[in-house]
Design a binder for this molecule. Sequence first.
Ligand code: ADP
Ligand code: MG
Length: 346
Amino acid sequence: MIKKLFSVIFLFCLCAGIFSGCTQAQSSSSAATVKELYAMDTVITLTLYSDNAQEEITKVNEEIKRLENLFSATIDSSDVSRINKGAGSYVLVSQDTLNVIETALCGGKMSDGALDITVYPIVKAWGFTTGDYKVPKDSEISQLLKNVNYNNITVDKENSSVKIEKNMALDLGAVAKGYTSACIAQLLKDMGETAAIVNLGGNVETVGEKEDKSKWTVAIENPNKKDYLCKLSVNECSVITSGAYQRNFTQDGITYHHIIDPATGYPANSGITSATVVADNSALGDALSTAVYVMGVEKAIKMYQVYRCFDFVILDDSNTLYVSQGLKDNFQLADDTSLTVKYVNE
Ligand code: ADP
Ligand code: MG
């Protein structure tokens, strides 16, 4: 958990050059209010530029709690818990839950099942839901894998209902933070905010534009050292990173992490160290960053070339940084000569 608190994407305000993860950030002219909240098992940092920051923070807090109470698999009354307890029958859920599940199903299809929100029983078996970690037996994993298949989720939009098959269970952990940051961004805009940064433990959403009209700068953390990998100059968008360094445990000298390959039931081992997706839709971006991490470089590039709805920065375990074409002109590498950059065309 402690690791998780610190492994957020570093954000810089171009003019101030300050980490937003710290206590202060500034734009060129007006001072920013930076507020840290803790929810959804992560640190949430809001950087707000309006004069109405206190009221915005109160409303954002309420919105996060509202969504957490729908999406958390460990809150008994949440939509997700009710779907899990009602396995085998349709369960009435909120529009937000329908939206997240539909996005997760879309990510599941795009990634050919690398993202699969029905992997929850396996995430649980490894202890990632409680922190009570253990390496499950092969036989337990193969038994649980039989019920992992996102195609067995049925969404009845007309009746706002969702059904999973018996013995299945859902976990929206790979998508919910992205969806939540989009809701917060919308809420801030509705309250008149013209420039803000929303950072949910590595899911970064830039809102509006800076007063001087220059682009936002988002720096992606280098998982191998206390530095950044690269900086991206972006307009309003989401920058979302998945990595094994975020939540893991070590047993008998082997480190096991929280992103599971639904094909094997074991932590993904695709050769990717860090997968960042840049997208307009942050829920889908969150889904795809997890998917890319599972898929590995080759399959992720194919998905990018087929769907063309996101950009990426992927670091692999031989220190090659793959950067998609759309980021080429807005990308600045850290002073780290050990990195080889490869640009990937659409
Ligand atoms: P984080 O939540 O740390 O930012 P991700 O967005 O990559 O990271 O989501 C990881 C979470 O999603 C895990 O903690 C687990 O709850 C769930 N999960 C793990 N593997 C998968 C997968 N292949 N498909 C869908 N959800 C997954
Ligand atoms: Mg994700």
